[in-house]
Ligand binder design. Structure first.
Ligand SMILES: [Zn+2]
Length: 249
């Protein structure tokens, strides 16, 4: 018989799996993103997989306009090429780190379409019986960083400090960061990172919670539209006032 603890563990695992599937989809296939408009509403756009977008950015004059050669030399975006190379290395390492699976053997790396390899990695990784929920969460975090690295290329994130607002988790509005004894800094606790045009990848974090957190328990971290709304709600409940942190509609 399933206990409540088992049920909770199953729920947490299911949510980690869903998040892994989501971030891999964003990286690898056409997907819908939420775009906040100036009038406070959202609209929804279809975007190619991030890895495909990045590959296209390496040679910006290919696949644009006439398609035929105009005789002009193709200009390569070195920064995009470097980011792309790092992503390929990351995906190869993921394939290498899988145990040799009875179902698939060793997964080959698709040099032309590394995003396909990442999708195959996902299926194999999730099918592997020994992975823990923490393993899945770790992979989710790493893949969010990968997605962020691509998005930063096209649209650098904007950061905003929520000065004077207490973190609903630790209760601090600011703290003294003395991790470097020679450089003690006063930090605002709550910082929002907005990725323009993509609320799903926007997040808020408490720098104090993150600095002091127990690695097994993520806290002081709110991702995406739902997460930002939750934070806004928590802050408003605590302060009994309306604030706008960018997720309201
Ligand atoms: Zn905090």
């Amino acid at each position: 018989m399933e206990t409540e603890t088992d049920q909770l563990a199953n729920l947490l695992r299911a949510s980690a799996v869903a998040e892994l599937e989501d971030v891999v989809d964003h990286l690898t296939i056409e997907h819908v993103v939420t775009v906040p408009l100036d009038n406070g509403r959202n609209h929804y756009e279809s975007h190619d997989g991030l890895i495909v977008q990045l590959r296209r950015a390496i040679t910006p004059d290919l696949g644009r306009g006439s398609g035929g050669s105009t005789g002009e030399p193709s200009v390569m975006d070195v920064d995009a090429a470097e980011r792309y190379a790092r992503i390929k290395i990351n995906i190869i390492a993921r394939l290498d780190s899988l145990p040799t699976l009875p179902i698939a053997g060793r997964l080959p790396f698709d040099r032309e379409h590394p995003e396909q390899s990442l999708r195959q990695w996902r299926y194999a990784f999730l099918a592997y019986a020994d992975i823990t929920t923490d393993d899945i969460r770790d992979a989710v975090q790493q893949l969010h960083r990968m997605a962020g690295m691509i998005r930063d290329k096209f649209d650098p994130p904007r950061q905003r400090e929520l000065v004077g607002i207490d973190c609903p988790v630790c209760g601090q509005a600011w703290w003294l960061d003395n991790r470097d004894r020679h450089n003690i800094v006063r930090r605002t606790a709550l910082v929002i990172t907005i990725r323009p045009g993509d609320l799903d990848e926007s997040f808020a974090e408490c720098t104090h919670c993150q600095a002091t957190r127990d690695a097994s328990e993520p806290r002081g971290y709110w991702r995406g539209e739902r997460g930002l709304r939750e934070l806004q709600w928590d802050i408003e409940q605590a302060a009994d006032q309306h604030i706008d942190i960018g997720a309201s509609s």
